[in-house]
Design a protein around this ligand. Structure first.
Ligand code: SF4
Ligand code: FE
Length: 483
């Protein structure tokens, strides 16, 4: 079974024994939990689209290991064409969910671990790449969703992992046995962990010798003994408990982040992809971050498409669509959104082959891509709110709209153009609210800032990759400067 259907994916998650906590309670049935379910639906979409003939070219590809058809989310990029198709697939998934569909972190970690283990083995004579190939084949064959887990809690940001007052603030190896290792620690803000079959753990910073025990990469099932998760709150999350799809704004889809704790978890030898090779932690971080910064040039653009569309619909329902300033604002939103897409495509087109044979994006351009993502979605959201009007945050609830006495009053006074029922107008405004201020704002706005690394992380990479010396030499040559 190289491709699961969406329904099979849901059933496969139902069989897992995930330890999930939310609002101080253990969630016994996460799959049907009304707060969690929309995020599961977003991941399900990555399976559903792969079944649709019109999307199969983007959503599926051929495994370079087995030659079987696989979901692109489990693929190792074999060309710059593959890198571009990845971004196009993410834009499509963003358009179909208007949320974070979570599965990219696994794909990005697969590709980063693939090339890094190869180079590590070459230097250290280890056999991590072989371990990883076997694991990858398992994920491809079973069409698994994998959470790529990088971000440690980090404690005092001024101190290295080994120097923290609490040694568990970075995930580490606490015991080495003949059959494997025991790990302890946590990974924070884990996108999609509650909807993942597996978790693929990587270090979060470059390390030195003293951090050896923290330089660890491995994969375990997300319901392995000793693992538990605590779900993060989202703005307006409890609206999902009220039973009003209108008030939620995006009734079917969402994203989800959680803290995952590794409370002395056993990792068998064949699932270890780094253990102590601190000199490769930086490479793994840089590559995973690079791939995920490329990813944002796809997913956020797809969600942006929905937000732009929603703004245009809101303007139509208001009777303002023909106003020149509205048209201009929509043009500006499209311009910004497509600029982000250009970045995603550009860093893919300029990708290069690694020693292991897979393709890596152009790291400078991927970091420029993400740096723009920390800004443009905010401006797109600002313009969306401008077009939507204040009613986006002052509109009454669906219950009021449907109330026999109050409803007709609201229908009358919140009417826009005569032929659009007020309730339809409210739906589009709630969607804009969801994307800019509600639970999807985690995935569109704030994640644009901090997901795949906060802005300063990209600026460090831009400084490193920007080749300022070459630019200085160019200027000196033009100006005939000889010192
Ligand atoms: Fe994928 Fe975007 Fe979510 Fe990251 S933020 S997992 S790239 S949808
Ligand atoms: Fe993300």
């Amino acid at each position: 079974m190289a491709l699961m259907t969406g329904d099979q994916y849901v059933e496969s998650m139902r069989k897992m024994n995930l330890q999930i906590y939310m609002f101080g309670e253990k969630i016994e049935n996460p799959v049907d939990n009304p707060i969690l379910r929309p995020s599961l639906n977003s991941v399900k979409m990555t399976y559903d689209l792969a079944q649709m003939p019109e999307y199969q070219g983007l959503m599926t590809t051929t495994s370079h290991i087995t030659g079987e058809t696989i979901n692109r989310f489990t693929h190792i990029h074999q060309s710059t064409e593959d890198l571009k198709n990845k971004v196009k697939m993410q834009r499509l998934c963003g358009q179909k969910t208007a949320a974070c569909f979570q599965r990219c972190v696994g794909m990005d970690s697969f590709n980063a671990v693939y090339s890094t283990t190869y180079e590590c083995d070459q230097k250290h004579g280890t056999s991590y790449h072989k371990n990883f190939l076997k694991y990858l084949e398992y994920c491809q064959k079973n069409d698994l969703t994998v959470d790529g887990a990088m971000t440690d809690p980090k404690g005092d940001r001024g101190l290295a992992p080994h120097a923290q007052a609490d040694p568990d603030l970075y995930l580490r190896v606490v015991e080495r046995r003949s059959d494997g290792i025991i790990v302890r620690g946590a990974k924070a803000h884990q996108t999609g962990i509650v909807n993942s079959h597996e978790v693929l753990v990587m270090p979060t910073v470059s390390m030195r010798e003293a951090d050896q025990d923290y330089a660890v990469a491995f994969a375990v099932p997300s319901d392995a003994k000793g693992i538990y998760m605590i779900v993060g709150r989202q703005s307006c999350d409890t609206r999902k408990l009220e039973g009003s799809s209108l008030d939620v704004g995006n009734p079917d889809f969402g994203g989800m982040e959680a803290l995952i704790v590794f409370d002395d978890v056993f990792v068998p030898n064949e699932r270890i992809f780094m253990d102590g090779e601190y000199d490769f932690s930086g490479m793994l971080v840089e590559r995973f971050a690079g791939y995920h910064r490329q990813s944002y040039g796809g997913c956020k653009v797809g969600v942006g498409d929905v937000l732009i569309g929603a703004s245009a619909v809101a303007a139509e329902f208001n009777g303002a669509a023909k106003a020149s300033h509205i048209k201009d604002k929509l043009i500006e939103m499209i311009h910004l959104n497509e600029t982000l897409y250009c970045c995603g495509i550009a860093c893919s087109s300029e990708g290069t082959e690694t020693a292991s044979g897979n393709y890596l994006i152009n790291l400078l351009l991927a970091n420029v891509c993400k740096q723009n993502i920390t800004r443009f979605p905010y401006e797109i959201a600002r313009l969306a709110e401008d077009i939507a009007g204040g009613i986006m945050v002052t509109a009454p609830s669906e219950k009021d709209l449907r109330d026999p006495k109050i409803g007709p009053v609201l229908e009358k006074y919140f009417k826009g153009v005569a032929d659009v029922p007020t309730i339809e107008r409210m739906k589009i405004l709630r969607l804009i609210e969801n994307l800019t201020l509600g639970s999807a704002a985690v995935g569109y706005r704030t994640e644009s800032m901090h997901g795949a690394g906060s802005p300063q992380a990209q600026r460090i990479m831009i400084a490193r990759q920007g080749n300022l010396e070459e630019k200085k030499a160019l200027a000196k040559a033009i100006a005939h400067i000889e010192v």
